[in-house]
Design a protein around this ligand. Structure first.
Ligand SMILES: [Fe+2]
Ligand SMILES: [Fe+2]
Length: 237
């Protein structure tokens, strides 16, 4: 079940002062900036067309499991330190959605004959350690729902193409029909919350910096230990 957050109730116009930008304009600017960052990350998010042998889809699905449980846990961990009810409920919704993604991927691995009897939840990698350290709601929204979910969507698109290219239509269908709509929903919830809360120069600065700091972490160590397992991919979500 999705929490119905009405765009109209969340958007707030502000009186523009010196250095102050209307929140919607700010979010559009941040979206454009993120798209530039994502384009620069293309090298680590593109799977199809790489030289060499294909990356094992099962191995990528195991990475997906690690990322799904990490994001679910991150959203849940952010809840107690978040006073704003709409942000708190969005985090709760996301934690549940990511847990469902874990179960969907687990089921798919089972269909492929893969047992998860020895699976253990991963420790924080540098990206999740950075995200877990964010304190304010505006930083969590900007870095989490708004930016990380956008990255996840792009990585998943690449993974879908990869699966289709190598004939795994079932996994591609799983991601296209069930997982990707949720990831886009998470990003859009982040966008609506940013439009509500990024209304001052200070909150906009916090949001901009929290989003921007992710890119070098991902570039340096795409989803940490997962990078080594999956060549140039930063793992599916
Ligand atoms: Fe997910
Ligand atoms: Fe998500």
């Amino acid at each position: 079940m999705h929490i119905a957050l009405q765009r109209g109730s969340l958007c707030r116009r502000v009186n523009k002062g010196e250095g102050e930008m209307e929140s919607k304009s700010f979010v559009q600017e941040l979206e454009a900036s993120n798209q530039i960052q994502l384009a620069q990350l293309g090298e680590v998010t593109t799977l199809v067309g790489e030289g060499g042998p294909p990356v094992d889809i099962v191995r990528l699905l195991k990475i997906a499991l690690a990322n799904e449980i990490s994001v679910s846990e991150l959203a849940a961990a952010w809840m107690p330190s978040t006073a704003e009810w709409d942000v708190k409920i969005t985090l709760a919704q996301q934690a549940g959605d990511e847990a469902r993604h874990f179960q969907l991927v687990e089921t798919r691995l089972g269909q492929l004959g893969v047992s998860l009897a020895d699976f253990t939840p991963p420790a924080d990698n540098p990206l999740f350690a950075y995200l877990r350290g964010l304190q304010t709601p505006i930083e969590k929204i900007a870095a989490g729902q708004f930016t990380l979910e956008s990255l996840a969507y792009k990585v998943n698109e690449s993974f879908i193409q990869y699966c289709e290219h190598f004939g795994d239509q079932e996994t591609a269908k799983l991601y296209r029909t069930l997982i990707q709509p949720d990831e886009m929903h998470h990003h859009r919830l982040g966008k609506m919350l940013l439009e509500k809360y990024a209304t001052t120069p200070e909150t906009q600065r916090l949001a901009r910096e929290a989003a921007a700091k992710q890119s070098p972490i991902v570039q340096a160590d795409p989803f940490s230990r997962n990078a080594g397992e999956a060549t140039k991919t930063n793992g599916t979500r």
